[in-house]
Design a protein around this ligand. Structure first.
Ligand code: ATP
Ligand code: MG
Length: 320
């Protein structure tokens, strides 16, 4: 089984990224041939500052290594170290109906939030298809927001294979339903580019401030509360055992527990869960040569697959 996932270096990674994509991908590295890439070409659709793009790219590498990615098991690489994906994206573009992209929610959501409606943002799912198909991945661990993009990938792979012969493996998305969409502090999907995140590596006062900002309804302390509609509860759930979830839900329903209490509990859970990863990250920052080495080795491994796929695809369409 080959597994691939990617994350954009478009801002600091947050607990939505962690539970939606990083944790499942890191766990799957035990079960197959795993690839994780830092999608810096994709990030250019929202990041136009070269220095930030560079820093955020290495930050994603640090974050993954700190969160448990084992470079002996997973090839971690920068998307830009595998330019073959662009040629592949062009081949896929030529068979990609406009309607397929016009239906994509992510483009509509981002432009509705004021992100410029550039061609790159619109064509993003085609490049993403190329990322996935280049390594012939079978499984793609993603959050629910990316399900549609993986469906576009499947559609393009099938169209291509039907038109030119079997070149691509048709991948399956791997989505954990219980963490499908992690809410941000405003209750919408937590997103780097929406300024509504709780960052994995934020600590101390800034973290506390963020957690205290999570929106809730305005029920009084003594009122019974509904855990199912509460963003604080949704976030606590991710960091709790089933028994802890049931106990907290009980306290919500009984009344007498304010949202402030629930937020304090959430803050403690975040600190507890991420403490060892923060420690590991502090060590890694002092070893940037090691991190660079990991990225280089990862790119070499993934590029072997990409070159092989591209060669097959070029031959299939008549470029060779
Ligand atoms: P951007 O705002 O730049 O799109 P993002 O926060 O949405 O950033 P991506 O890099 O687009 O992050 O996505 C990386 C991975 O994290 C994807 O697999 C995506 O499905 C997952 N993911 C992102 N946000 C969430 C979320 N709120 N809940 C669950 N998974 C998420
Ligand atoms: Mg996104």
């Amino acid at each position: 089984m080959r597994i691939l996932t990617g994350i954009q270096p478009s801002g600091k990674l947050h607990i939505g990224n962690y539970f939606g994509a990083m944790k499942p991908a890191i766990e799957l590295q035990e079960q197959g041939d795993a690839y994780i890439f830092i999608a810096n070409y994709h990030a250019m659709t929202t990041v136009q500052d070269p220095a930030s793009l560079r820093t955020m790219t290495t930050d994603v590498a640090l974050d993954f290594l700190a969160c448990g990615l084992d470079p002996e098991k997973t090839a971690l690489y920068r998307q830009s170290d595998m330019p073959e994906v662009h040629e592949l994206a062009w081949l896929l573009s030529t068979i990609c109906p406009m309607g397929l992209l016009e239906r994509c929610h992510s483009y509509k959501d981002k432009t509705a939030k004021g992100i410029a409606a550039m061609h790159g943002l619109f064509a993003y799912p085609v490049l993403m298809a190329a990322d996935i198909l280049a390594v012939q991945s079978n499984v793609v661990p993603v959050g629910k927001d990316q399900k549609q993009h993986v469906e576009v990938t499947r559609d393009l792979a099938i169209r291509f294979n039907n038109a030119f012969g079997e070149v691509f493996t048709v991948p399956e998305p791997f989505i954990r339903e219980n963490v499908a969409v992690v809410p941000g502090i405003d209750g919408q999907k937590m997103s780097k580019s929406y300024d509504n995140t709780i960052e994995i590596f934020m600590e101390g006062k800034p973290l506390k401030k963020r957690v205290m900002k999570v929106v809730t309804d305005s029920k009084e302390l003594e009122d019974p509360k509904d855990p199912e509609t509460c963003n604080v509860f949704a976030l606590c759930k991710l960091l709790s055992t089933e028994e802890e979830q049931a106990a907290l839900a009980e306290r919500y329903r009984a009344g007498g527990m304010g949202y402030g209490h629930a937020k304090t509990e959430l803050l403690e859970k975040i600190n507890e869960h991420f403490a060892p990863m923060r420690e590991k990250r502090r060590v890694l920052v002092e070893n940037m040569d090691y991190v660079e080495g990991v990225l280089k080795k990862g790119a070499e491994k993934a590029s072997v697959l990409a070159r092989e796929t591209l060669q097959k695809a070029r031959q299939a369409v008549g470029l060779e």
